[in-house]
Design a protein. Structure first.
Length: 205
């Protein structure tokens, strides 16, 4: 049932938003040049890689002109697109293809796979989502540990009712435009692994 809902809703949203998608594509081409789409390998179900598709929001890396960090490369148009989540519209194509679901843990970076604890790695037991529990619970304001904990909680408690609640809360988050970036960052700091849990020493009190 979830897959059928994904296909129907994603297809409908692509049709309804076709004029918006065309307009954003023209704006990106005019301000950032081509290609207008950002493509990157991300881990999907069971960690299998797929190509994520979004609208570009940053200039390419250009060391000669000082465009190296995300903050340097981010554009005013890019900030506006991210604030309204319009950069995510092409991701609906990933849903139609079966790479993603409408709701699920967000697809992160491939090199994070080796950094997860076994518990955190369970986030890949379901398809990644366009929106998810972490996105409606603080988005990029959350710490990595809290964010990944919410992902695994979703895996254990996912249901149609929960998905509907997440979708309803997503609309509110988009209207309020909160949590777009972590404090002091234009996106989210890199995940470098969770600190080890310090247990009691053998024979200790």
């Amino acid at each position: 049932m979830q897959r059928a809902i994904d296909v129907v809703v994603a297809g409908g949203l692509l049709v309804v938003n076709a004029p918006v998608i065309a307009g954003v594509a023209v704006a990106v081409a005019a301000r950032l040049g081509r290609p207008v789409l950002f493509r990157q390998l991300r881990p999907g179900l069971d960690g299998r890689p797929f190509t994520l598709i979004k609208f570009r929001t940053m200039h390419d890396v250009d060391e000669e002109h000082g465009l190296v960090s995300d903050a340097d490369r981010m554009t005013g148009l890019g900030r506006a697109l991210r604030a309204a989540s319009l950069d995510e519209l092409p991701t609906l194509w990933n849903v139609l293809r079966g790479d993603m679901s409408l709701v699920g843990p967000r697809p992160l970076l491939m090199h994070y796979l080796d950094l997860y604890t076994p518990e955190q790695a369970r986030r890949h037991l379901v398809r990644p989502g366009v929106t998810g529990l972490a996105q409606v619970s603080g988005r990029n304001l959350l710490s990595w540990e809290d964010r990944l904990a919410l992902d695994t909680w979703y895996v254990d408690h996912r249901s149609l009712a929960l998905n509907l609640r997440i979708c309803a809360r997503t609309a509110l988050v988009l209207l309020r435009r909160v949590g777009i970036a972590a404090p002091g960052s234009v996106t989210m700091p890199q995940f470098t692994g969770s600190p080890p849990v310090v247990g009691r020493e053998a024979g200790g009190a």
